[in-house]
Design a protein. Sequence first.
Length: 367
Amino acid sequence: MEHKDEYQAELFVNRLKKKYKELRKWARKNRISCFRLYDRDIPEIPVSLDVYEFLPEDITNTLECARFLSEQNARIAENDVSVEKELSARRYAVLYLYERPYKKPQEEEENWLSLMAEKAAEVLHTDCSHIIKKERRMQKGLSQYTKNENIPAAVKGIVQEQGQLFKIDLSTYLDTGLFFDHRPLRAHIRDTASGKSVLNLFCYTSSFSVYAAQGNARRIESADLSNTYLSWSKENMTLNGFTDKNKYIFTKGDCVQLLNEKKSSANPDDRFDIIILDPPTFSNSKSTQTILDINRQWQNLVNDCIALLNPGGLLYFSTNSTRLSFSQELITGAGTSLTVTDITAQSIPKDFEGSKCHRAWKIALKK
């Protein structure tokens, strides 16, 4: 068994080295400081590895960030070897173990995962304590919101993505505050949001809202059931200089119920030019009586969102469920008053090429 583990570790290292060389250059060129390096590329090694390069702690706004990165890139161009030492001290990674098709003894699995973490640290030129180990299993109920009690100390920082800043927490929860796979769609929202009203449903930490604000959206409403995520959302917006309470609205509540309330409202602020619908696959929070199963309820959610669109409005619907059976024939007005376009291919970033991380559709209401 030890020989097998060492062999897999060697395969893992070789794969990481090859991809890290390519993706690191791509990330720096595209102003990205966090990306997925490995995603179950080798079936026998069912892990993913997400890399984060935190900004220095004294960077607290986008202007300081831009100035710092410009100076850092100049130093890199001059072959300043001290830059890598500084970066390695701020470089972290989350190593997620996915469920295997067979059961491994717990101690054996923990030793195997620790070995992979050591190898990841070697490739990333960082301390092994900077590799946070987590397990991704089939989530039930509130498990996605459960705090991780296995990390001895908090690991938090700020990352930048294409000019925007985001607070990251690697240690407290299973997810860290930013989903990398929606990077291209976030950029698209930023590029099309100027002068538009935007509704961001199931907003999580409001990365879509930050991008929309950067794109000069006229008004943005971010809705989520979690107080934790709404507070996090406000921090992200503030980090990027978006603090106008009349322009940037945060709504706590069940998004399913919120849609029903807005449908019956005559308030023009309850109609939108852009709606982002990226719900969890399943949720049964203690805060609401509603159970969300996107595989069963996507049709109702999509149609309710369409009812809130202004003429010429756009709905972006995304899901990471592989079981969801999407059919535009189930959407009210498809082919007549609106057009439905599968945008999955163009919404997958380079660090997720070849994966089935999500599917996405653009639904456009005619003027």
